[in-house]
Design a binder for this molecule. Structure first.
Ligand code: HEM
Length: 159
């Protein structure tokens, strides 16, 4: 028996949605894992090269914020590395340009989360994660890494 017209329309729509979502997945470049030297290649020193910056181990493409992070720009020091501590403390002191959040105050941690959510996640595409976010220096798993908490996380995109 032929399906009712509404049912056929629904099936057609479902097929269209599946095709569109597959096409979108293919267009997005897969996210990457960055070691420190790899991330350092995207510090904005070379004209035409994308500029990347990591906060909380998430690597953002901040090329559209060239006026902040490009060569000679005020926050260029934050680029090409995980600058979590500097962002938390609003500091450009080289000693603060690290992933290390040891000893930060509640206020600094709150400020870090605000900037992470309202500036970085809101403005810039995510291109990957720092390798440190997945593994500790000794190669053991970093138990703070929760894939399910990651924005846009999809196992097929990541690996
Ligand atoms: C005299 C000191 C500073 C002034 C007057 C200042 C001013 C500003 C202004 C006006 C913006 C917003 C720009 C916009 O959205 O168009 C901004 C953004 C920002 N500032 Fe500062 N800032 C100062 C120091 C710092 C320091 C020391 C840091 C260290 C981390 C910092 C980190 C940032 C970041 C991460 C953003 C967001 C940039 C983005 O949208 O990607 N600022 N600042």
């Amino acid at each position: 028996m032929a399906a009712a017209p509404q049912l056929r329309l629904l099936l057609l729509l479902l097929l269209l949605c599946a095709a569109l979502s597959a096409a979108r997945r293919e267009r997005q470049p897969p996210v990457r894992l960055f070691t420190e030297p790899e991330l350092a290649r995207y510090g904005g020193q070379q004209e035409g090269q994308p500029i990347y910056l990591a906060v909380k181990g998430v690597v953002f493409d901040v090329t559209s914020g060239k006026e902040f992070y490009g060569k000679g720009a005020p926050y260029n020091a934050l680029a090409g590395k995980d600058s979590t501590r500097g962002v938390a403390k609003m500091s450009l002191d080289p000693a603060d340009l690290t992933h290390d959040i040891t000893g930060l105050t509640e206020e600094e941690l709150k400020s870090l989360d605000d900037t992470f959510n309202n500036v970085y996640k809101a403005k810039y595409p995510i291109v990957g994660y720092t390798s440190r976010r997945i593994l500790n220096e000794d190669g053991s798993p970093n138990l703070d890494f929760k894939p399910e908490d990651q924005p846009h996380f999809s196992i097929t995109d990541e690996f």
